[in-house]
Ligand binder design. Structure first.
Ligand code: CAO
Length: 419
């Protein structure tokens, strides 16, 4: 099978989620990704949130498939020498250590360029270089707060009205995906210039990039003083910052999460319902309110907006004897954009996702096979085969031998606990 990234060698000096998500994607598409880990311990996620004693946690296995593992103490001279050799022979070094950690190890950008002028150094940090918070260490939720997601997510009134974190990894995996695009861009650039370069993505910036519609709303609010697609309009007042809009649709079409049959006991018996402006007549037909098609109080988006929550309440009433699946099966016939709220359990067992490779079963040497999330990117000429994640140091001797070390030298490195 065509694996377009075959031949690209990546030193994966990453840990936790943001960096590993990036390198895993590149490994799926054919790159040789060598994960460098501290001897004896490895990536902290190997032991975090374990479901089976002494076996690599799913947190690790789900972010490190298709890689090789090399243990290396890069603070010891022997370990540094191995890393230098690897840098000379690789195309990309990806890292997401705390600010300054790579420099303290002796691998500044200048030193890396001396070793290999073609090297692409790719980094994730919490904040960008020169930012007033550039020294901060950052995890997922910190990034969501710093990048605008938390201030614009959640409820604007009531007890639960504070900033809210999304369950989606907007800070971690999202930053990793941005970095993957940066690496491939730098790689194509290198084919033109012959030179490597440094690629950096700050988690704050990656979150902000996904929150650009909220920046759009801030600019509109500055000009108009109100935002007519928010649930606060027209009955409540706006301050000078974008408010949290609950489950409101973020674009030009109002939407809301609506209860379906069984919501009292099933936390996910809901659908998302969207009121597309031009699709109003079919919505009226679908929910049994044909008279709304010609009623001036309902005919235009402007007329509907002041009582849009009442309209949603009427649709909820229509939904009360329909499961989320019944509802979608009716609404799809009228071309109404909608979907059930799926639980993780439903997604895990979803036949379509399994058939498409978005959920895949992967073998693992110690835990047996397990289900994980496969590539969301589909190609006509590449079907990524997701393999298990490596055990800690599983490929150490193999990688050292490839670098030209003799068996005696490798044994000496083990004795010195450098690998
Ligand atoms: N051999 C020897 N030392 C090693 C090593 C190895 N193979 N791998 C790592 N280390 C050392 C580093 O050199 C560093 O040592 P110093 O601090 O003494 O220089 C240390 O281990 C790791 O430091 P760290 O700051 O990266 O780790 P932490 O657990 O304190 O912080 C995190 C974790 C994620 C907050 C921090 O790495 C960070 O802010 N990274 C950038 C942002 C990021 O990617 N965050 C997302 C993580 S996913 O939620």
């Amino acid at each position: 099978m065509n694996k377009p990234l075959n031949g690209i060698k990546i030193i994966d000096f990453t840990h936790v989620q943001a960096g590993p998500a990036c390198t895993q994607l590149l490994a799926w598409f054919g790159a040789d990704v060598i994960k460098v880990e501290r001897p004896g311990a490895g990536d902290v996620t190997r032991s975090q949130l374990r479901d089976i004693p002494d076996v690599d946690a799913l947190y690790f296995t789900m972010l490190n498939s298709n890689k090789r593992s090399l243990t290396l103490d890069t603070k010891k001279p022997e370990g540094k020498a191995v890393l230098e050799k690897l840098i000379k022979e690789s195309d990309v070094l990806v890292e997401n250590f705390g600010p300054g950690a790579l420099d303290r190890m002796g691998f500044t950008w200048e030193r890396i360029q001396e070793l290999n002028p073609k090297m692409i150094l790719a980094s994730v940090k919490g904040f960008s270089d020169g930012h007033e918070y550039e020294d901060l260490k950052v995890y997922e939720n910190v990034a969501q707060c710093a990048g605008g997601a938390a201030s614009t997510t959640g409820w604007w009134k009531g007890e639960e009205s504070g900033p809210m974190i999304s369950a989606a990894a907007l800070g971690d995996s999202n930053t990793g995906m941005h970095l993957a695009i940066g690496i491939l861009t730098a790689y194509i650039g290198r084919q033109q210039t012959g030179k490597g370069q440094k690629v950096a993505v700050a988690m704050q910036d990656a979150v902000l990039n996904l929150c650009r519609v909220k920046m759009r709303d801030q600019l509109r609010l500055d000009k108009l003083g109100y935002l007519e697609e928010y649930p606060q309009y027209p009955h409540e007042s706006f301050s000078d910052v974008v408010p949290r809009g609950g489950n409101a649709g973020g674009g030009g079409q109002p939407g809301w999460i609506l209860k379906c049959k069984g919501w009292e006991t099933d936390p996910n018996a809901y659908i998302y319902f969207t009121v597309q402006g031009h699709a109003w007549p079919p919505i009226c037909d679908a929910i049994g309110k044909p008279e709304w098609k010609t009623d001036p109080l309902y005919m235009t988006p402007k007329a509907r907006q002041p009582h849009i929550m009442d309209i949603f309440a009427t649709i909820e009433d229509w939904l009360k004897d329909k499961t989320k699946f019944d509802a979608v099966n009716i609404l799809r016939k009228f071309d109404i954009p909608c979907a059930p709220v799926f639980s993780m359990k439903e997604l895990l067992n979803d036949k379509s996702l399994r058939a498409s490779g978005s959920i895949v079963e992967v073998p693992h040497k110690e835990r047996g096979s397990y289900w994980t999330v496969g590539s969301p990117i589909k190609f006509s000429d590449l079907k990524p085969i997701i393999t298990g994640s490596p055990l800690l140091g599983e490929n150490t001797d193999e990688v050292l031998a490839e670098l030209g070390y003799s068996s005696a030298e490798i044994a000496a490195m083990h004795d010195a606990k450098a690998v």
